[in-house]
Write a protein that binds this ligand. Sequence first.
Ligand code: FES
Length: 613
Amino acid sequence: MAKNKIRIEVEPIGKRLYLDRPANGLEALLEAGIGIKSVCGGKGTCGKCRIIVLDAADTAVSGQEKKVLLPEEISKGVRLACQQVFDRDLNIYIPASSLSEEQKLQVSGTGREVEPDPVCQKYWVEVSPATLEDVTPDFDRIAGLLEKNYKVKADNIDFKALSLLPQTLRDNGWKVTVSLRGTEIINVEGGNQAGHNYGVAIDLGTTKIAALLVDLSTGATLGSRGIMNPQISYGEDVMSRLNFALAGGDSLKKIQEVVTSGIDQAIGKLCQDHQIDRKQINEITLVANTAMHHLFLGLPVRQLSLSPFVSLTGQALSVKAWQLGINIAPGGYVYLLPPIAGFVGSDHLAMVLAADIDQLKGNIIGIDIGTNTEIALKTSSGITSVSTASGPAFEGAHIRYGMRAAPGAIERVAIDSATCQPSIQTIGDKEPSGICGSGILDCIAELRKANLIDTRGKFVQDSNCIFKDEQEGMQYLLSGKPGRDYVSIGQKDIVEIQLAKGAMRTGIDILLDNAQIDFTQIDKIIIAGAFGSYIDPKNVINIGMFPQVDLGKIVQVGNAAGVGAKQVLVSSKYRKKAENLAKKINYLELTTHPKFNEYFVNSLGFPEPEEIF
Ligand code: FES
């Protein structure tokens, strides 16, 4: 099909373009619907359309590129898309910093679309009314018709659906739509509602909750909603929430109800926005870390909070939504994928499923960056996973000017090594009011690259770009003026990031040690999580979270856990696949590993200049 055409592989978006004839790089990418930034409209002056040509050996460099790009960038294959002609087959990589916000959202949550085959199906039936001659019970009448017309078996009915049944049948002239889950009737509605079969997939995170409203007949996502986890008022991290739940009295009930009612409201809002009757939601799937899973269900959590940190169950669960205070179809269920271990939850399983980690060839690392970062390593001997306490620093917490990714947050930072001055980009091009995770990561990587901090993360004192704050110590100024409104990164912030990235690097190193392979043998690194889709992978390497690696090996898949939750909502086949996969993932406890301390201490530093991109 693509014979004689020019083929351009675009990573990390995973798009392949075929060009009939040579074309300007920027135009070809925009033409293909890829939202690459082009602030100067292609004049080659703004430098926003940076791409990395992965096989750059014979890629020409224009005079304009020499003006805008640093020599080190050029030698690493960085070019300006607007100055390049795509005239031969190429592999290019578009850094997150060159993508528009809209494109970043599209990049997040990529995953295989699955053939709809939901556990809940709807059937339209016209039942013959009861008469003195035919006094067959209502349920038996429906079950008989389902068998006769659709060859499906119904052998029980939800109690709530049963109590509503007589009225529904008689008010609607005995013409009704039946929702069947396996062999259980979970809802009976008046009229033909067979085309209105909906579900909600939920990724319940420690900090955020993402909910997707899905049409179960087509598999299409109709809408999504993200809310903060309201349990945050009971503690920022998992341990403080568990401690709250263990405080006695009705504390477990309180912390459960706050999250179930938050989810119930989010579903209500989604239905309202899309004009859907919430009673037509037949199923919810939910993935979460193990503590959030237990707290959502109101299960005892003492065993989770004490060594050896054991999950109550390793099985998938189906719980009636009404028992959890969630209002959907009368007999509708919440289906929860199985947790893997105390600190590796079903969200990790969903990520492994959605990113196809078990199916990929070679040695694969899958990493889902969050308050707890779970990492999976797949080799020829199977999949092993660990959990690292990376903390919320990359979400802006514990960082002096940290904030979430909202308008006004500094999301990109570049530092001119010659003048040590920063260039910043804020979300929505607003006045800077703080710095979010991707900005913090950029800033620290650039500070190291410009040699403003040393390999131990200490500010190099003789720079005139560093100032001393009376209370907070050494600071690098990003915007404003010292003493007035300003945003800066200080020594304490750097330490927070060192601890976070050190935890992740330790997890990777111990997994590699356990599998007896080294990082050069890794074929692909999949970065998942909402934060993971906003970061610049080059800077992940420049702060030493990963050792230096070919950027073409890094793929950002966004909220893969949410994608996995949707896959098991839409497809019974994927549900089985996920349940089987759960049995194959081995859990490795990091903290008792004999080399944990050694690896952790070694992971805190920053790379030497020759290891920086
Ligand atoms: Fe501005 Fe390419 S669009 S440098």
